[in-house]
Design a protein around this ligand. Structure first.
Ligand code: PEP
Ligand code: MN
Length: 341
């Protein structure tokens, strides 16, 4: 808490009360009385002040607002680490010059389908295959994923193609089996604030792909990353996947401004998922290009050999030839952004 703005109605006794509160915490107050209102500057090490303590000052009737200069997240902040974090996943670097592409079906459906998709996306230039074995479906009656069998199918596709595996963890009880098969563990939008799950993946030594929550602010998202990092796992990749707005023309509103905002606030790599971000396959290519132009470190794109028959998210999945074409079309955008793809 660095600056406390008082209401015009604040009395001298209110100021005294706040100054005393600060002094009790070993801090000093710099009081600046204007014609309209008084502002208290807090002097001392304010980094140790907790969010709860800030809330207790906000609760004082005479206080209009409290502005923090120190960010509530530390390990994730640019102040903490100036240079961009490059995450090395089995030799593939995320956050470096090369833009990395993660592609694959929404859900792992069968060995044949996954192997076919894997070969197509590998040939087109992807480095990672994605696919959910445990699916967070809105309806309990929708396809929920194949579980461990799905992970084994991904492992087989990795053997055939050399693609690394990104797959979602929903329940901490599946962590051991996940560690056995995955190269990056995805935490989905619906679990972005599942704090106990975040702490679990904070204690492992595999990179975590943290999707933005459906209605999460960038600050809340970075606080979620901080939960993971606070346990020692500093390898967090942020994935913008669209947020809920009033717009109904798209499934979500892909917040591309989050990329440059995050680049200022954090050293962590930022990737973009235009598939969930738009919900429509024909919008995926333009938004993927825009994401690269805006400075994304990678893309996550749903690809299916037969979107019509896909067990989930067919309407936003690219056919392999469209994906391959996009990979070619991305080249000049990557070059313009000073990157490679
Ligand atoms: C997914 O990647 O298939 C997924 C479920 O994404 P999200 O958590 O962003 O909805
Ligand atoms: Mn999906």
């Amino acid at each position: 808490m660095d600056i406390i703005v008082l209401k015009p109605s604040a009395k001298d006794k209110d100021i005294k009360h706040i100054v005393k509160k600060l002094e009790n915490k070993g801090l000093k107050a710099n009081i600046s009385k204007g014609t309209e209102r008084t502002i208290i500057g807090v002097i001392g090490d304010t980094s140790k002040i907790t969010e709860d303590e800030v809330a207790s000052v906000r609760a004082i009737n005479a206080v209009e607002d409290v502005m923090r200069i120190i960010k509530p997240y530390k390990l994730a902040s640019r102040e903490f680490k100036k240079e961009a974090t490059i995450i090395d996943v089995e030799g593939i670097k995320i956050g470096g010059k090369k833009i990395q592409v993660i592609a694959g079906p929404c859900a792992v459906e069968s060995k044949t389908v996954v192997n076919k998709i894997a070969m197509e996306i590998r040939d087109a230039g992807a480095s990672f295959i994605r696919g959910g074995a445990f699916k967070p479906r809105t309806s309990p009656y929708s396809f929920q994923g194949l579980g461990e069998e799905g992970l084994r199918i991904l492992a087989r596709a990795k053997e055939i193609t050399g693609l690394l595996i990104v797959t979602e963890l929903m329940d901490h009880r599946d962590l051991d089996v996940m560690l056995k098969y995955s190269d990056i563990i995805q935490i989905g939008a619906r679990n972005m604030q599942n704090f106990s799950l975040l702490l679990e993946v904070g204690s492992i030594n595999k990179p975590v792909l943290l999707k933005r929550g459906l209605s999460a602010t960038i600050k809340e998202w970075l606080m979620a990353a901080e939960y993971i990092m606070s346990r020692g796992n500093l390898n967090v990749i942020l994935c913008e996947r669209g947020i809920r707005t009033f717009e109904t023309a798209t499934r979500n509103t892909l917040d591309l401004s989050a990329i440059p905002v995050l680049k200022e606030l954090t050293h962590l790599p930022v990737i973009v998922d235009p598939s969930h971000g738009t919900g429509k396959w024909n919008l995926v290519s333009p938004m993927a290009k825009a994401a690269v132009a805006a400075g994304a470190d990678g893309l996550l794109i749903e690809v299916h050999t037969n979107p019509e028959e896909a067990l989930s998210d067919g309407e936003q999945s690219l056919k392999p030839d469209v994906f391959a074409n996009l990979m070619k079309e991305l080249k000049p955008f990557a070059k313009a952004a000073g990157r490679e793809i």
